[in-house]
Ligand binder design. Structure first.
Ligand SMILES: NC(=O)c1ccc[n+]([C@@H]2O[C@H](COP(=O)([O-])OP(=O)(O)OC[C@H]3O[C@@H](n4cnc5c(N)ncnc54)[C@H](O)[C@@H]3O)[C@@H](O)[C@H]2O)c1
Length: 295
């Protein structure tokens, strides 16, 4: 497959103001892309765009991916002002904030998490892809999934894991249909990986709308901050190296250029877990979870 040339191309990255998305934005800017960063957190978005302005063509558009009208107006702005979209990167994501037992997850935990992670991704495809196909130009749709759900669930994060399983499955279907319909587009699924990811995901609740608050508010469970998680890993003698997010962004963008469907570090480890899962499922047994794989 021919490498995707990103020089001068238009890229849209949702959730690109901070964390993993910011690393992706930086890498795309450095490739010479004209980047539109779509994020709900206006002050962080403004700061990021300001910091990257001297590095290339980058612009922020405040967007709520869980709001269809907001995503539609983002797409209209991009096609009207840039005339094209070559890379749509659906990266915005939140945890459900309702970790713990699956039977303690509230309807609003599902609504918020699926609204952003799953419907946000679906809405991006609905708003952008028909015009991307119509242009006939080469391009890519990339989703940021998670090994949690995309490969195997972390059982105490059942809502988030389910949302990421949906994203991985949807991206796979999309990739097949791009080929089957003879489009000039490809799809890739990105699994952030390679070590601990110190990002705002641990405080995703900051962006939760009041209309989707839990009806039974509860304080964060012990062990749910990044520092506590890291401490627990260290106490268990496990590796606690954090990932350089700029480096991770470059790795992910390189994967997109090369047209890889799965973009992830340590794929051999995931493959071992997937084989064990397939064996169990093939025998009608409960497959090992992501936590079993760590044991
Ligand atoms: N951090 C991890 O350990 C990890 C692991 C695997 C996958 N991921 C995935 O990586 C992606 C990026 O997360 P991160 O870890 O960088 O977290 P983060 O909180 O640092 O970044 C997420 C970004 O999405 C934005 N966002 C949240 N809700 C939004 C909405 N409704 N509309 C538009 N933007 C919104 C936030 O403002 C933020 O800038 C997510 O999809 C996440 O699920 C993270």
């Amino acid at each position: 497959m021919e490498e995707l040339d990103l020089e001068g191309r238009v890229a849209v990255v949702t959730g690109g103001a901070a964390g993993i998305g910011r690393g992706i934005v930086e890498a795309l800017v450095d490739e010479g892309c004209r980047v539109v960063v779509a994020d709900i957190e206006a002050p962080v978005l403004d700061r990021t765009v300001e910091e990257l302005a001297g590095r290339g063509d980058v612009r922020g558009v405040v967007t709520d991916v869980s709001d269809n009208a907001s995503v539609e107006s983002l797409a209209d702005l991009v096609f009207e002002e840039y005339g094209a979209c070559h890379v749509l990167w659906s990266n915005a994501g939140v945890t459900s904030g309702g970790g713990g037992n699956p039977w303690d997850q509230e309807a609003n935990d599902w609504r918020w998490c699926f609204g952003v992670n799953v419907f946000g991704t679906a809405q991006g495809v609905l708003a952008f892809v028909p015009r991307m196909i119509e242009s006939g130009e080469p391009g890519a749709v990339v989703t940021t999934s998670s090994g949690d759900g995309g490969i195997a669930p972390v059982p105490y994060a059942s809502v988030y894991a389910s949302s990421k399983a949906a994203i991985s499955c949807f991206t796979e279907a999309l990739a097949h249909q791009f080929v089957a319909q003879g489009t000039n587009l490809r799809a890739s699924v990105f699994y952030p990986s390679g070590g601990l990811l110190e990002t705002g995901l641990w405080e995703a609740q900051r962006n939760r709308p009041a209309s989707l608050a839990r009806t039974r508010p509860r304080p964060p469970a012990p062990g749910t901050t990044f520092a506590e998680f890291k401490e627990a890993l260290a106490a268990a003698g496990r590796a606690t190296d954090t990932v350089d997010l700029a480096e991770l962004g470059r790795f992910a963008v390189q994967g997109v250029k090369e047209g890889r469907f799965v973009i992830a570090h340590n794929l051999d480890r995931s493959a071992r877990l997937l084989h064990a899962r397939a064996d169990a499922i093939g025998q009608g047994r409960l497959p090992p979870s992501a936590l079993d794989a760590l044991a």
